[in-house]
Ligand binder design. Structure first.
Ligand code: ZN
Length: 398
């Protein structure tokens, strides 16, 4: 049994942090959390650690691609990379995420089952990484956005077969491509791609298997079709309108805007990012921020995902996404919840993301208080998974 007594404790849910709180861990789980004077007497025979900084849940990145390079043109890299190189890149991506305090990632698409095998290895304990949920190959229309990462399926039957194949291969979630996107040449972010029938077929199959569906959805029509079909998260959501925001609230869908990806690409002028990507990202960036602000005002739940692996957007930058949440109108508490408690809901996990009795002791110690200064999320001091310290300065017992 271990007792952690930090300067400050943030639970991943409330808008306040607490001084004088302690967290008790046993067997990798949180067994008590609360005022030190209440919880410590219950801890019995234990080792006590005094921690300098804020103790909070390990971060959750809701949108990653460990198969993508994060170089100036990941689409070209993907074509050029050998299978061996892809594996090496993915292992480096996992390491970078964990160093940045991320203890869970949701990988939303990569080719060849690499993400599924990594997730399996991590789950079985012989691959080092953050906890990982993986979508396998994305499901898209022929020639649609991200077809280089996925299965091209046309018509409800083909979509059903594609979803079933990924679930058979071990997918933790299903990723559908409801609209065009930025990094694929020749498609428009605002244009719908999968039909309502195809999206419904995907959601029905996923639901039967107990999987959630994440929809790449940028234009309003595709967002609406995806929500009506029953997806759980809207990824990017560039062109939300009153109707789609209302649907999100009514259905409890979560928005994962991935500002870090957009920002990295906007900074890509003269750095090798293809012109067609620059043109598209410039066109949508105003609407992207406006959508986010409207969603916040309406009470849509928002969660942080980096879209790491996309142009000039390497893994391990979730703290930047949280900072961009604040820059675009969220409170620091909303941004912090976006990479902890709300992120856990976005990915459908109730065992991580909040410092609550019974959940896994996936913990992060940072310098400073992120509710006062969201940039504190980048000042990682120590990372714990299942109660074991896996990164950072060694915490000593007193
Ligand atoms: Zn993505």
């Amino acid at each position: 049994m271990n007792v952690y007594v930090p300067t400050n404790l943030y639970d991943g849910e409330q808008a306040v942090s607490h001084e004088g709180y302690a967290l008790v861990e046993e067997g990798g789980r949180i067994v008590a959390v609360g005022p030190e004077s209440d919880v410590v007497p219950k801890a019995g025979n234990s080792t006590r650690f005094r921690l300098d900084g804020t103790l909070m849940p390990g971060l959750i990145d809701c949108h990653t691609h460990v198969s993508l390079s994060g170089g100036s043109n990941p689409v070209a890299d993907l074509k050029a990379d050998s299978p061996t190189r892809r594996v090496v890149r993915a292992l480096a991506a996992l390491a970078a995420q964990r160093r940045a305090g991320v203890t869970t990632i949701r990988d939303v698409g990569g080719p060849g089952g690499l993400d599924l095998e990594l997730a399996r290895g991590i789950r079985e304990g012989w691959v080092v990484g953050p906890r990982m949920l993986a979508a396998g190959e994305v499901i898209c229309i022929t020639g649609g956005h991200a077809c280089f990462l996925g299965i091209e399926a046309d018509g409800a039957d083909a979509v059903r077969r594609a979803v079933r194949s990924q679930i058979k291969a071990g997918a933790d979630l299903v990723k559908v491509i409801a609209t065009g996107g930025v990094i694929t040449p020749g498609v428009e972010p605002g244009a719908a791609q999968m039909t309502p029938e195809e999206l419904s077929a995907a959601c029905t199959e996923a639901k039967k298997a107990g999987r959630l569906v994440a929809a790449h959805a940028q234009g309003a029509q595709g967002i609406r079709d995806a929500l009506l079909a029953g997806v759980h998260t809207i990824e990017h959501g560039f062109y939300l309108d009153t109707e789609t925001i209302g649907l999100m609230v009514a259905r409890g869908a979560v928005l994962v805007p991935t500002f870090a990806a957009a920002e990295a690409m906007l900074d890509g002028e003269g750095r090798g990012v293809p012109q067609y990507m620059l043109d598209k990202i410039r066109r949508i960036s105003g609407a992207h921020v406006k959508s986010f602000r409207a969603a916040l005002a309406a009470g849509v739940e928002v969660a942080c995902g980096t879209d790491a692996g996309t142009p000039l957007n390497p893994h391990g930058r979730l703290s930047r996404e949280a900072a961009l949440f604040v820059a675009h109108g969220a409170s620091p508490a909303q941004a912090c919840r976006g990479c902890t408690g709300a992120a856990a809901r976005a990915i459908g996990r109730d065992d991580v993301g909040v410092l609550q009795v019974g959940r896994r002791a996936d913990l992060l110690l940072i310098a400073g208080n992120p509710l006062d200064d969201v940039e504190a999320l980048s000042r990682v001091r120590a990372v714990f998974m299942d109660g074991l310290q896996v990164e950072g300065e060694v915490c000593r017992s007193d």
